[in-house]
Design a protein around this ligand. Structure first.
Ligand SMILES: NC(=O)c1ccc[n+]([C@@H]2O[C@H](COP(=O)([O-])OP(=O)(O)OC[C@H]3O[C@@H](n4cnc5c(N)ncnc54)[C@H](OP(=O)(O)O)[C@@H]3O)[C@@H](O)[C@H]2O)c1
Length: 281
């Protein structure tokens, strides 16, 4: 395959940073973006083009960065919506503003950057949009409502986008990782609200202790994850000659938990089928 151009958001750490190294190793070009350009210097030295992009910026300013990105190599073939953060806290401890901020980055930021690149793909009748969803787009774990809500929302908006644009030659891939060893749960990147409500305090303490223990001890290897995503996008390696599905969970925890949820839903549908189907005129 000839040299292809990738554009990735949130490259200062974790999966984004790994995308840069793995894409360069495959011989492709990458435009790595991040909200703090200083944190991308080492990636520029490694061979990436770098641009400052905070996905919560205005639509207009995001459009101008994306225009700059498409002009670097004259095109972008693959766009990875990766930037995000996790907000932890129980319903009553999270403020309305915490939910707004979580959705502003994970949902509305993702929508804005995708809207900015979409005309480029539509005009070329080519391109792949990759979205990094989550197991939290399937399951709302306690204490993770804001993040899970944002990832559930992403599932819906991206599924609709996929169906609207497939006929234009645009491919969409929604990756749903389980727990992977990145900086997502680090004290630096994770936003956590400790409970001030007596009824929740011990649950909240256990949750935060659990997150601290899990940080950088997650079972998933980000290198393996990113290599598989690149194969899926480039239709090579594990994806060679295969029909790549729109939705792709990755991680042993994802397999187990999604399967359980699907089985529970099928059971519910069968058990209550008569009632569920009884409401038409
Ligand atoms: N690791 C997991 O277990 C896991 C599981 C499921 C899904 N995911 C998803 O994987 C993706 C990558 O996360 P990660 O695990 O690699 O975590 P990470 O190491 O914390 O990386 C997150 C990246 O997003 C960037 N970011 C946050 N807000 C941004 C904004 N407003 N504009 C631009 N960049 C922003 C961060 O930049 P700064 O350095 O500037 O903060 C950082 O580069 C996310 O979508 C996450 O939800 C991760």
């Amino acid at each position: 395959m000839s040299q292809l151009v990738w554009l990735v958001t949130g490259c200062s750490s974790g999966l984004g940073e790994q995308f840069v190294h793995s894409i360069l190793a495959r011989g492709d070009e990458i435009i790595a973006t991040g909200r703090n350009i200083e944190k991308l210097k080492h990636l520029e030295q490694a061979g990436a083009s770098v641009l400052q992009l905070d996905i919560t910026d205005s639509q207009q300013s995001i459009r101008s960065v994306i225009d700059q990105a498409t002009s670097i190599h004259g095109k972008v073939d693959f766009f990875v919506n990766n930037a995000s953060y996790i907000s932890i806290g129980l319903w009553e401890d999270l403020e309305y503003e915490d939910y707004l901020a979580q959705f502003d980055t994970n949902v509305f930021g993702t929508i804005k950057v995708t809207r900015a690149i979409s005309p480029h793909f539509r005009q070329r009748k080519a391109g792949t949009l990759v979205f990094i969803g989550s197991l939290s787009g399937w399951i709302g774990h306690p204490g993770v409502s804001a993040y899970a809500g944002s990832k559930f929302a992403l599932e819906g908006v991206v599924e609709a986008l996929h169906q609207e644009t497939a006929h234009l030659g645009i491919k969409t891939l929604l990756i749903e990782p389980g727990r992977f060893r990145t900086k997502l749960l680090s004290s630096e990147n994770m936003k956590a609200a400790r409970s001030s409500i007596p009824e929740y305090q011990s649950f909240s303490q256990n949750l935060l202790d659990g997150m601290a223990k899990e940080d950088r001890a997650q079972p998933g290897d980000p290198v393996k994850l990113v290599e598989i995503i690149i194969d899926l996008v480039r239709r090579e390696g594990i994806a060679e000659g295969k029909e790549v599905p729109f939705r792709f969970p990755l991680g042993a925890d994802c397999y187990d938990d999604i399967k359980t949820k699907c089985e529970e839903n099928l059971k519910l549908l069968e058990e209550w089928k008569g009632i569920i189907r009884s409401t038409d005129y």
